[in-house]
Design a binder for this molecule. Structure first.
Ligand code: AMP
Ligand code: MG
Length: 488
């Protein structure tokens, strides 16, 4: 296994013209300590666990010790925030260290979030607090383990450096990994400045590196936009199917690669509530759970607009035109698999009626679907463990009878279906109260074991892991008072 010092950097983004970023160094933090690291993410850089815990590594991940080959910078972007265009955002606290080429030839950009001020910090301090860093670290890796495209998280380091939010908190830094952190907003910034060349340059860069199949097309841009729309549709289908709410779907938080990006006030559904708003600051509910697929469509129109200098308006609008159907198809396929039903036919009706039942009765989404894996389709079976989750027993019985009849008609085998369904319905998700417990222990007692335990557990979300059964339960009463906002 190579050492951190022997990582090979080849920084393609830093070779773009200076218009795309500002060269800036991380601001050191005092006495950094390791909170937790992800061995799976480390493996992407060919680093083993022993390498991750070395004091020198911690200094590097704190931004205190740069390595040869790193070219640090903050990327420029703009974006629509809550519907309004903000002409200059950019990495206000994330600093790209460089792009590591691993032994398999993959490129992984390494970025530290919370690394100090940059020219794009506006009024901010360039820092991130421990609580939000723990949430981003855990959720990035949990999403990946759920099979949902996401930026990755290598490690969190903390420091006693004070950070002022509503209260005084302490600083932390998350090292994120992704093939690219380019956002919709990375294109928008140049569109609104009437600069066509950088738009073309960035599109060519993204196509050549991340959509290589398109680079030989005579006119690759419409197909590029279409593929971004399809990846976004797939991502939205995955979020909706697992019950994930991002919370801040501004165009600057939309990845050009269709990755989940920028974890702020996100939340997983506990009780199924289509109107769930995880972000306490989102008083209008713009980014409510059930709005996400439409918000992504809206965001795609903003990307399409930014690419209009490269194609006609009609072509751009056609390129994103498949999004609604692509989303619906992908969502129904995923939901059918979760219910152990074939896609098509009466499956959609059964799924939608079940969701209605869950919403009416505020049934825990993850728990219901996991128990559904044990559904007994024999005529007259009571299915008590599932039934007990639903207050309106008569409504449940009516739905269950239809579901059982459909399964019998398809000749579905309960055991085989259960096995396949358990690979689509996680037992463990990053429930808010689990993150909160880990955060409190970390912040109040300097005890990071719960963060690492959660990380380990969520690396295998579909496995039974009976020793962790309590982590699969519905949230306790105190969890109702947890508030998550943009403050981070
Ligand atoms: P976010 O809502 O975290 O996606 O951030 C929106 C914009 O504000 C991005 O440009 C961030 O880099 C910037 N930002 C957020 N928090 C800070 C901070 N504490 N210091 C500097 N910039 C920040
Ligand atoms: Mg952001």
């Amino acid at each position: 296994m190579p050492s951190l010092e022997s990582l090979h950097f080849d920084n393609a983004f830093a070779r773009l013209p200076e218009a795309f970023y500002a060269r800036v160094c991380p601001t050191p933090v005092p006495d950094p300590y390791l909170v937790c690291h992800s061995p799976d993410a480390a493996a992407l850089l060919d680093l083993d666990a022993a390498e991750m815990t070395r004091p020198e590594t911690i200094q590097t991940l704190a931004g205190n010790r740069l390595l040869p080959g790193m070219e640090t910078l903050a990327a420029l972007y703009a974006g629509h925030q809550f519907g309004h265009y903000v002409p200059q955002l950019g990495d206000g606290r994330a600093i790209l260290l460089g792009e590591v080429k691993n032994a398999r030839g993959e490129g992984w950009e390494m970025q530290i979030k919370g690394a100090g001020r940059t020219p794009y910090s506006r009024g901010g301090d360039g820092r991130a607090v421990l609580r939000s860093s723990i949430r981003e670290f855990l959720c990035s890796e949990a999403m990946h383990a759920l099979g949902i495209p996401s930026t990755r998280a290598l490690a969190i380091v903390g420091s006693d450096h004070p950070v002022y939010r509503e209260d005084v908190e302490t600083a932390a830094l998350v090292t994120r990994l992704a093939p690219s952190f380019v956002r919709f907003g990375s294109f928008e910034v140049f569109y609104y400045r009437n600069q066509v060349e950088p738009i073309r340059h960035l599109a060519d860069y993204v196509i050549a590196r991340y959509y290589p199949d398109l680079k030989n097309l005579a006119d690759p841009y419409p197909e590029f936009l279409r593929q971004v729309a399809l990846r976004t549709a797939e991502l939205m289908a995955q979020w909706q199917a697992v019950g994930f709410s991002h919370g801040v779907m501004n165009t600057d938080n939309m990845s050009i690669l269709g990755l989940t990006l920028d974890y702020g006030p996100f939340g997983f559904l506990d009780a199924f509530d289509p109107g769930y708003v995880c972000n306490h600051s989102d008083s209008g509910g713009r980014y409510a759970f059930d709005q996400q697929p439409d918000v992504a469509a809206w965001n795609l129109t903003k990307l399409a607009q930014a690419l209009v200098p490269l194609m006609s308006v009609e072509t751009a609008s056609q390129a994103i035109g498949e999004y609604p159907q692509a989303f619906s198809r992908a969502y129904l396929e995923r939901m059918a698999a979760k219910f152990g039903l074939p896609p098509g036919g009466e499956s959609a009706g059964l799924v939608m009626d079940a969701l209605h039942l869950l919403a009416q009765n505020r049934v825990d989404y993850t728990l219901f679907l996991r128990r559904l894996c044990d559904f007994d389709s024999t005529a007259g079976a009571l299915n008590s463990p599932l039934r007990d989750l639903v207050l309106d027993r008569a409504a449940f019985d009516a739905w269950a009878a239809r579901y059982a009849a459909a399964l019998r008609q398809q000749g579905s085998n309960d055991t085989e279906r259960g096995t396949s369904m358990r690979a689509h319905n996680p037992k463990y998700i990053l429930r808010n109260h689990l993150a909160e417990t880990a955060i409190r222990r970390a912040a109040d007692e300097r005890d990071y074991s719960e963060v690492c335990r959660l990380h380990t557990l969520l690396t295998h979300p579909f496995d039974e892991q009976p020793q962790y059964a309590a982590y699969a339960a519905e949230p306790p009463d105190w969890a109702r008072t947890i508030e998550v906002s943009c403050s981070s």
